[in-house]
Design a protein around this ligand. Structure first.
Ligand code: PLP
Length: 351
């Protein structure tokens, strides 16, 4: 606390990221990072980008990266916005499309950065309860006053909505912006990007942090109607014209060109996710039918916080959320087969 704080700072309720321990001999399954390295071609491109050219600013428009994303997503470059991680893209979108006097809707259990942005920008929000099976209540997200945001798959449950459910939410909010956060879509859910050409109120955000193992480089993007993208550019250029650094741009461009490498990584993670799910279910635990690179798990025979603490004591970090509605669960990111075998062995010794 300082007497110099503005009212905004005084009233901010910042997001608390998962632990980033400094020890190296741990198994880190707490922040949904990719357990595999980025594409060797992306690493090479980033190394090659470390030259005396770093004295110069990067491209403020990131036109090359936008063109590559546009081609992959079957849209035009002016339907693409890129940013310093999808967190930044989402923060800009809250400011660009939501209003301080119009209540937006989001699921009650979801990515906990959304209420943080809403509070920061003074945007009122309604938290729509999940269904009993923890899926998103589709009808509850319809007819909003100020807009809608939800992840697909949802975090931390990993449960995905069908494309037709997503479309029904977009259709039922024709005068509001609907943001679909697809941070984890590449692990098995259906993307809504194709709908953006049809619905001018739909913004889809994605990230290279999870699927492309580049969390450390901070690369996110949004796809939407040119009007929405222009709105995001206006916010960005009122804040920082150079959000994407030269090294990240070089890495992102190569990573997105290396489908052969990433197809293998994604399919390995999905195979691991599926066997870990079965093993945990075999212990009597409830496990979500996750379409993401993490599992939402309700342990049985051991309290969730005890499980979290005991694993941590053994150097295995998972995520426990000490929040109403979540205290019975843990979230476990999918690591390598070796890491997940050690996790299962450790859990089996506890229950
Ligand atoms: C649902 C969701 N959206 C967005 C993000 C942000 O990802 P990044 O800023 O690394 O692109 C995360 C990160 O954990 C997430 O879980």
């Amino acid at each position: 606390m300082s007497k110099f704080w503005s009212r905004t700072v005084q009233e901010a309720e910042p997001y608390v990221p998962g632990e980033q321990p400094t020890e190296t001999d741990i198994i880190k399954l707490n922040t949904n990072e990719n357990p595999y390295p980025p594409s060797p071609k992306a690493i090479q491109a980033m190394e090659d980008s470390i030259t005396s050219d770093l004295r110069k600013y990067p491209s403020p428009t990131a036109e090359r990266l936008k063109a590559i994303i546009a081609e992959r997503e079957h849209v035009t470059s002016d339907q693409v916005f890129v940013g310093n991680g999808s967190d930044e893209v989402l923060a800009f979108a809250f400011q660009a499309f939501f209003e301080p006097d119009q209540t937006i809707k989001m699921p009650a259990i979801t990515y906990s950065f959304y209420p943080v942005y809403a509070n920061l920008y003074d945007i009122p929000f309604e938290q729509v309860p999940l269904n009993d099976d923890l899926s998103i209540q589709v009808d509850g997200l319809k007819q909003s006053v100020g807009g809608v945001i939800f992840p697909n798959p949802n975090a931390p449950t990993g449960l995905a909505l069908s494309l037709s459910d997503v479309e029904s939410i977009v259709q039922a909010n024709p005068a509001q912006v609907v943001i679909v956060d697809e941070a984890y879509v590449e692990f098995g859910a259906e993307s809504a990007v194709a709908l953006t050409t049809q619905y001018p109120n739909l913004l889809v955000t994605k990230t290279l942090s999870k699927s492309h193992a580049l969390a450390g480089m901070r690369i996110g993007y949004a796809i939407g109607h040119t009007g929405l993208i222009e709105g995001l550019e206006r916010i960005k250029n009122s804040f920082n014209s150079y959000t994407m650094n030269r090294v990240s741009l070089a890495g992102a461009e190569e990573a997105l060109a290396d489908d052969a490498y990433y197809d293998q990584v994604l399919s390995d993670i999905v195979v691991t996710r599926d066997w870990v799910t079965e093993r945990l279910k075999g212990l009597g635990f409830w496990v979500s039918n996750s379409k993401a690179n993490f599992l939402f798990v309700q342990p049985v025979g051991i309290e969730a916080d005890v499980l979290y603490n005991e694993l941590k004591a053994q150097g295995i970090y998972i995520r426990y959320f000490n929040k109403p509605g979540l205290t019975g669960f843990v979230r476990i990111s999918i690591g390598t087969d070796d890491e997940m075998t050690k996790l299962i062995d450790a859990i089996e010794n506890m229950v």
